[in-house]
Write a protein that binds this ligand. Structure first.
Ligand SMILES: Nc1ncnc2c1ncn2[C@@H]1O[C@H](COP(=O)(O)OP(=O)(O)O)[C@@H](O)[C@H]1O
Ligand SMILES: [Mg+2]
Length: 339
């Protein structure tokens, strides 16, 4: 029925602690199509990294996937054995995280590191692997001659480019990026990300991208998912979300960002703090902080519902709005969006 590259359905993840099992990802569902760049937004602690790690089955203990399914290109990821997982990681799906640039091996050259990965997975000869290593470096904007360099001889930005080259080495179809450039200065950050987007166009991989920088997210992503306290509250094409967020939390999140809506906007943000996941609020988890909450919100949890224009939102308010009125408004937005 769907030709999605990745399908995540009702994913649940718990951390097993001395106090008991803490549910930090609660029935999260979304799809990623081939070539799509999906951003994951949400305050710190909302479960973004946990979701990404669960998709690749690299969750660190005491994290446990307690429910749901993850399918990649028809493969049931949660059912894969060790061998299947080895094939999945790097070849099908690769991961770049914030601290990755510090994980490069300091005692062998970057060319050897790239070459090792290519040689091991593709069974090509050493000389061929080194040629590929050079090409990969050039792909991410580093001179091929730097294959002979050691990690400590490179700047932070260069090291992160090397890590991205490694993530692309085996031509994966999905690249997971968890704040891949947060440790770098803003200019370098933007440059690297724009390069990734260009590469994506050439090589055709899909991306799931986490960043704290919402304006960067809207600029780079084709779709954005918004998480609140372990639940997905909104998911929509990036442009649609930017122009008309449906969930009050998304709106608050956007309003707390200076660059998003031009000068003169007050940074209203989202007052209060995310809930304690040990005792999350009943009903909609966002209701204690929601300026528009009404009685239903504290008793019934809203479900993520498909709306027109490929939007999804989990909010009683959206459910309540007169459907015709809502469709009218959304159609208008969608018409303006189409070229
Ligand atoms: N090892 C752990 N033990 C217990 N709880 C954890 C552990 N790691 C993360 N958590 C909790 O899981 C939730 C989600 O964390 P995370 O996925 O890192 O969020 P994000 O990436 O959105 O900041 C947070 O509430 C965090 O406190
Ligand atoms: Mg994180």
């Amino acid at each position: 029925m769907s030709d999605a590259l990745l399908t995540v359905e009702d994913l649940c993840v718990d951390y097993v602690t001395e106090r008991g099992w803490l549910r930090v990802v609660d029935k999260v569902s979304f799809e990623v199509q081939p070539g799509e760049i999906m951003g994951l937004a949400g305050e710190s602690g909302s479960g973004k990294s946990t979701i990404i790690q669960a998709i690749l089955r690299v969750l660190k203990a005491p994290g446990v996937i307690t429910g749901g399914t993850v399918r990649f290109d028809g493969k049931d990821v949660l059912a894969l054995d060790k061998r299947g997982l080895r094939g999945l990681r790097w070849c099908d799906i690769s991961l770049v995280c914030q601290s990755a640039m510090n994980a490069l091996n300091p005692v062998i050259t970057i060319g050897e590191q790239l070459g090792d990965a290519i040689e091991a997975h593709e069974g090509v000869r050493r000389s061929q692997a080194l040629v590929r290593a050079r090409e990969l470096l050039e792909l991410v904007g580093i001179e091929g001659s730097r294959v002979h360099a050691y990690a400590h001889e490179l700047s932070g930005g260069m090291r992160q480019r090397v890590v991205i080259a490694m993530a692309l080495a085996l031509r994966p179809r999905l690249v997971l990026m968890d704040e891949p450039t947060t440790a770098l200065d803003v200019v370098v950050q933007k440059e690297i990300l724009q390069q990734i987007i260009r590469l994506r166009r050439e090589l055709g991989f899909a991306v799931i991208f986490i960043t704290h920088d919402l304006s960067l997210m809207f600029e780079l992503c084709t779709h954005v998912g918004v998480l609140y306290a372990g639940r997905l509250v909104e998911h929509a094409p990036s442009q649609a979300l930017f122009e008309r967020p449906m969930h009050p939390y998304t709106l608050g999140l956007m309003r707390s960002f200076p660059d998003l809506h031009g000068e003169g906007d007050d940074l209203v943000g989202v007052p209060g703090n995310p809930p304690d996941l040990w005792k999350p609020p009943k009903g909609c988890r966002f209701h204690p902080r929601c300026p528009q909450a009404f009685a239903d919100c504290s008793t019934r949890a809203p479900q993520l519902r498909a709306l027109v224009g490929h939007r999804h939102a989990a909010c009683h308010l959206v459910d309540q709005v007169d459907q015709l009125d809502q469709l009218d408004q959304l159609d208008q937005v969608d018409q303006e969006e189409s070229p």
